[in-house]
Design a protein around this ligand. Sequence first.
Ligand code: URP
Ligand code: ZN
Ligand code: ZN
Length: 481
Amino acid sequence: MVHCDLVIKGGLVATETGVFEADIGITNETIVAIASELPMGRNEIDARGRIVTPGGVDSHCHIEQLAASGLMNADTFESATRSAALGGTTTVIPFAAQHVGMSLKAVVEDYHERAAKGAIVDYAFHMILADPRPEILKDELPALVEAGHSSLKVFLTYDRLRVEDEQFLDVLWAAREHGCMVCVHAENHGMISWMGKKLIEKGLTSPKYHVPSHPRLAEAEAINRAIAMAAFIDQPLMIFHVSTAEGAATIRRWQGQGVKVYGETCTQYLTLTSADLDKPGIEGAMWICSPPLRDPADQEALWQALANGTLTTISSDHAPYRMDETGKLAKGPNPTFKETANGLAGLELRLPVLFDAMVKKGRAGLADFVRLTATEPARIYGLAPKKGTIAIGSDADLVIWDAERRTKITHETTHDDSGYTAYAGREIEGWPSHVVRRGQIIVRDGGLEATPGSGRFLPRPGGSYALPTGNRTPEVALLGD
Ligand code: URP
Ligand code: ZN
Ligand code: ZN
């Protein structure tokens, strides 16, 4: 009789297509058997009465990333991925962020080095292109895609990061040639900049004015423009962090016309609102992120967009900054909303907060939870079928849930380095008791057992997952390949 290295016994196994009771057998980092009764393994986890899901795939997080302002975010690869693992996420896609004038190749090497030292979970990188000059797209990009970096992010807003429409077309064109996925931060720069200046002139500077400084229409306009340009070139596009009902409706319209556009939202847009920024003094700065938190009606629209397939991933957009001079208060103790670093920590709480909202509070089922937090992000970014699912041949990345455990979230229950949590005070039900990464138990009864540097880089060759539709506009077709 063949004994597996590890058997997860008798759990309720959840996949995107169904939920069933089974044993899971693991050998050499891989799932090798799924059956109602497997022979004893060399090691076992008793999962009877527990739910077993695939390890989470967080396809949008900022780790040890230098902002254009020169500010380093609060987490190292070690602290960020420690928090990810404890929350049940076993794969992350953070960014290798180019700034103007930099070599993209050098940037990727730098992030690679830091991740290899610190990462506890497996990882790939999206490359941020802030300076898509011809030599970057022609000389550096092809080799980087060859090395397994096949997704890019561009910004349509932020001074020193944003690309103009023509540069965006250059990126889409190069991405199409090399089979990359393009992700976009889609907000209208002029509207944000104009509105920010007007609010500050009027003395409306406290954190809550961050919300109107990113007008709702700025999101819908830029999403529409970004998709129009991607459709023009016939290049697959991912719209990151959709926050408004209008943004989701815009994506749906283009999807209805056969354009290959995907949409992501984040835990915070589904579970926090702009009311969180309306606190006395500077406290509301803890909730400043971009796009900003919106209204309950937007939450409703985003849940519907997830249910009808307009949006297909929920990420954390983990972007941690401490509430001190190293982070949110770098410009002084009482900054305007415009001077405050943008972003929230979310890697650890993404799965527990969503498990509570979706599975326990009934917003969606277990299969939807798995699809939106693991299976789809793995598929969209070329990590499937190794990641994001429970299937024979897949990496043995698993979360065993204590579905009845109640947790009152406090800063002390989280393990990143941001020094606070935007979800403090919330009581949730369900928490990962064990987390398995490639067959190794990295979290046992809520305690971390993995070492920094044990996470592995996941190369993603371009082409196979980011194919264009073949429906190029007649104008662009004139240009040939
Ligand atoms: O506020 C946020 N989300 N900061 C991270 C940068 C981004 O645009 O995703
Ligand atoms: Zn963004
Ligand atoms: Zn982001």
